[in-house]
Design a protein around this ligand. Structure first.
Ligand code: BES
Ligand code: MN
Ligand code: ZN
Length: 495
């Protein structure tokens, strides 16, 4: 999806040769002398249009306007909450028309956040999954031009960011949406290797032998039941000085979660193809980094495997030794996410990271706690927690801080190992985070439980690409400021 910014008056937009022109009014409508103003005034007077979020009026073949289709809409404010109904209203008016190129003119202008919101919301609405269809209907919308009068040069950076995030979100959606036989651990590693063709990105892929050598006993115990070989993916983005400590992102990469011997019920089990949503968000974030080339260093770690029942599979009660040396009693093989993550967290220590953020479709309990609106956020470091929370607010990819009181770890105690992999049902998202916390004591660590936000079920079934937006916005805040331009030598000689 191509996004661009146009510096245009509304009048100038009338001569744009595009498939649709969208005109977005703000708080009030001030009629001008243009051909639209008469129509809009008339429509408002007759009650056919209102300046109110979500109100839309579609016009066709307006004399003096080159675009055949014109859609009027309004957003009282430039907040995402007001823009979302405008975008979905506009898109339902245009869905059936094969709109390839669109100009969206904001009468009250764009700012950084509104531009990001409209571009990403339009991308979201127009997205279609095609990979496993024999004759897919393709997406028509390929280019959106956001237009305003007096566009500042600063907004160009916002456009680049929006476009990079859209590419990252869509890469994440593509891989999360694929069924497990089209998104194996090996295929995810292939995506990472392809990303490494970009400037400043490198990738290394470890297989079962290397992982065994690293003594990742927890990760290995999950892969034991699977025929499909595991992969441990290490991605590096080096856009900052070599000495700068990296941020490490760890994505849960369970390409299918049957529950293992603690088998899940059949109904809705297909949705467990989405259990690599964390991994997909790390890949998507690297896609955005490749495009934006910010001044910072980032490591991406993806422990990828299926979780399958089998004669070889780990059984409830089995005790394994994690890479950290801590022993774990696996009381429930369906609590596998924390087992693959804990070894990746220990592996992360070697990078002497500035911060480690893991992203995982970790618990059904998080869906109960926060629904499908906000991801669960845990952090052992307040500035890191706050930075992630703020990043989410700034782009509408929301999360919510959850507690890590020591009392929540009580249920993880067992006689048979250093720690059990499950506690009881109460506070299930929190007890999972308490388990992970034990493996992240060496650095500032945060955990995003995206079980409720990585995909939607029902009629709108599909991956959301979350939390790519949040992660990219967080990382961009972490980048080093550009070095001051070297001072010009003057002809003045030194004293
Ligand atoms: N991948 C699931 C979590 C999940 C379930 C996400 C449903 C979204 C929707 C995870 O591996 C899991 O199975 N967790 C268990 C943990 C339990 C056994 C302590 C769960 O949430 O039921
Ligand atoms: Mn599970
Ligand atoms: Zn899982």
């Amino acid at each position: 999806m191509n996004v661009q910014l146009l510096d245009r008056t509304l009048d100038k937009c009338f001569s744009e040769n595009v498939d649709a022109l969208v005109v977005m009014y703000g708080l009030e409508f001030k009629p001008g002398k243009d051909p639209l103003s008469q129509l809009v005034q008339e429509a408002i007077r007759k009650g056919d249009f209102e300046v109110k979020p979500g109100k839309v009026l579609q016009l066709y073949g307006v004399p003096g306007i080159k675009a055949r289709r014109v859609v009027l809409c309004s957003a009282m404010t430039l907040h995402r909450g007001d823009l979302a109904p405008a975008v979905s209203g506009v898109w339902s008016a245009l869905r059936e028309a094969k709109v390839e190129r669109m100009v969206w003119h904001a009468v009250d202008g764009w700012d950084d956040a509104s531009l990001y919101s409209v571009a990403t919301l339009l991308a979201e609405q127009s997205y279609v999954y095609t990979t496993t269809l024999s004759s897919p209907k393709t997406r028509s919308l390929s280019s959106i031009s956001l237009s305003m009068q007096g566009a500042s040069a600063d907004l160009q950076a916002s456009v680049a960011r929006a476009q990079a995030c859209i590419a990252g979100i869509e890469l994440a959606k593509e891989w999360a949406n694929r069924p497990s036989n089209h998104a194996t651990p090996t295929m995810l590693a292939g995506v990472a290797q392809k990303l490494a063709k970009h400037k400043n990105i490198q990738c290394e892929v470890l297989g079962p032998k290397e992982v065994a050598k690293l003594k990742m006993g927890a990760f290995l115990s999950v892969a034991k039941g699977a025929v499909e070989p595991l992969r441990f993916i290490v991605l590096r983005y080096n856009g900052g000085p070599a000495k700068q400590a990296p941020v490490v992102l760890i994505g849960k990469g369970i390409t299918f979660d049957t529950g293992g011997i603690s088998l899940k019920p059949g109904e809705g089990m297909d949705e467990m193809k989405y259990d690599m949503g964390g991994a997909a968000s790390v890949l998507g974030t690297f896609e955005a980094l490749a495009r934006l080339q910010p001044r910072l260093n980032v490591v991406g770690l993806i422990p990828a495997t299926e979780n399958m029942p089998d004669g070889q599979a780990t059984k409830p009660g089995d005790v394994v030794t994690s890479m950290s040396g801590q022993t774990i009693e696996i009381l429930n093989t369906d609590a596998e996410g924390r087992l693959v993550l804990c070894d990746a967290m220990t592996y992360a220590e070697r990078f002497k990271p500035r911060a480690v953020v893991d992203i995982a479709t970790l618990t059904g309990a998080c869906v109960i706690a926060l629904g499908h609106v906000r991801s669960g956020l845990y952090a052992n470091d307040d500035p890191l927690g706050q930075a992630l929370l703020n990043a989410g607010e700034s782009c509408g990819d929301l999360c919510w801080r959850m507690p890590l009181d020591e009392a929540y770890a009580e249920g993880l105690k067992t006689k048979f190992a250093d720690v059990a992999n499950v506690a009881g049902r109460p506070g299930g998202s929190i007890t999972a985070a308490k388990f992970l916390q034990r493996f992240g004591r060496e650095y500032a660590w945060a955990h995003l439980d995206i079980a409720g936000t990585a995909w939607r079920s029902g009629a709108a079934k599909g991956a959301t690409g979350r939390p790519v937006g949040l992660l990219v916005h967080y990382l961009l805040q972490e980048q080093l400021p550009d070095l001051p331009a070297p001072r010009k030598r003057t002809s003045r000689t030194r004293a």
